[in-house]
Design a protein around this ligand. Structure first.
Ligand SMILES: [Zn+2]
Length: 111
């Protein structure tokens, strides 16, 4: 049985990612919602060639895939309220994914 790759979409110059960048006080940012990765102040090629950053966002793609879109969004925001952004368990998992594999890692296609 072949496992289909997850088709991700990458959107540059995203207002959502700009807001995240300002909030996190970072010059650039990526925000993942479902299978779409929104970028601010970086381009698709730079992002895709940054392996640890890519792995971080793909881990979020998998979290959405695992829990379902709205279920994950809900869980993520509850985690943020309870533990803050840095200690949010979904961010902790994504940070671990930067240097290694993560649960449910698949093949990905980008457009
Ligand atoms: Zn993250």
């Amino acid at each position: 049985m072949t496992v289909e790759p997850i088709r991700c979409h990458i959107k540059e110059r995203s207002l959502l990612a700009l807001i995240a960048a300002r909030k996190l006080k970072n010059p650039r940012a990526a925000v993942t919602l479902g299978k779409t990765i929104y970028l601010w102040n970086t381009d698709k090629q730079t992002f895709l060639s940054d392996k640890s950053w890519l792995q971080h966002e793909l881990c979020h793609v998998n979290q959405f895939h695992h829990y379902g879109y709205f279920s994950f969004l809900f869980r993520y925001f509850i985690e943020n309220i309870r533990h803050g952004y840095l200690n949010n368990k979904f961010e902790t998992e994504a940070r671990s994914a930067e240097t290694g594999d993560f649960p449910g890692k698949r093949l990905y296609e980008f457009s």
